[in-house]
Ligand binder design. Structure first.
Ligand SMILES: CC(C)(COP(=O)(O)OP(=O)(O)OC[C@H]1O[C@@H](n2cnc3c(N)ncnc32)[C@H](O)[C@@H]1OP(=O)(O)O)[C@@H](O)C(=O)NCCC(=O)NCCS
Length: 177
């Protein structure tokens, strides 16, 4: 497995990885599945200041076909945390792994490479906002060095249920005062 920067031709693969979570799960707070065009626009945004990495596997039977027909196993990205300028050194991250490729270290590799990319780009901290019942994502973020900074109670509502959001943060260790 390796990671690389996202390309526009990965749009269908990313859409096919994301949309089952949008439709069936509570881990994404989107309520409407992304169209291919929206996914392409999202990629274009994440090819400039903010960033998206995809994990590419070696087994053609696992994942979704991406650019150059490579099997895409998952993706991780960061986006602006808040619009106001003093927040500019913090980004909000997210990570999605194909349902057929979970438990194999893909998420961990993506998140560690994303942290390294954020550091290289000069960002000081990453924030992950995770639905409180998403134990897998919480454990993954803890394993990669994120710590809990707070819980927002019942801020989300999906599939007829109130959802808490836990906020985890990673501050670049050697940039701490
Ligand atoms: C959360 C998610 C990204 C994890 O990706 P993954 O590739 O399966 O995770 P990895 O195999 O890299 O696991 C790394 C570590 O994360 C933790 N972890 C991952 N899945 C877990 C689960 N279901 N339960 C408990 N811990 C889990 C473990 O600590 C694991 O380390 P270990 O194998 O040494 O115990 C994946 O399940 C996913 O895409 N879920 C749906 C989308 C989502 O929830 N995204 C996060 C939104 S905030």
């Amino acid at each position: 497995m390796r990671t690389r920067l996202v390309e526009v031709d990965d749009a269908r693969a990313l859409m096919n990885i994301l949309n089952p979570e949008v439709i069936e799960a509570s881990v994404s707070f989107d309520l409407v599945p992304k169209s291919l065009e929206e996914q392409r626009d999202w990629i274009l945004e994440h090819q400039s200041t903010h960033l998206c990495l995809v994990a590419v596997g070696t087994d053609d039977d696992v994942g979704e076909r991406g650019a150059r027909d490579e099997p895409v196993l998952g993706f991780a990205s960061f986006s602006p945390f808040r619009e106001r300028p003093a927040y500019a050194t913090t980004v909000e991250n997210s990570v999605y792994v194909h349902r057929g490729a979970r438990g194999l270290g893909v998420g961990e590799r993506l998140l560690n490479d994303l942290i390294a990319s954020a550091k290289e780009s000069g960002f000081h901290s990453l924030i992950a906002r995770i639905v409180g019942e998403n134990t897998g994502s919480i454990r993954l973020h803890e394993k990669c060095g994120f710590t809990l900074v707070g819980t927002e109670i019942e801020v989300g509502r999906k599939h007829g249920r109130w959802l808490d959001v836990v906020e985890y943060q990673y501050v670049m260790p050697d940039l701490r005062p």
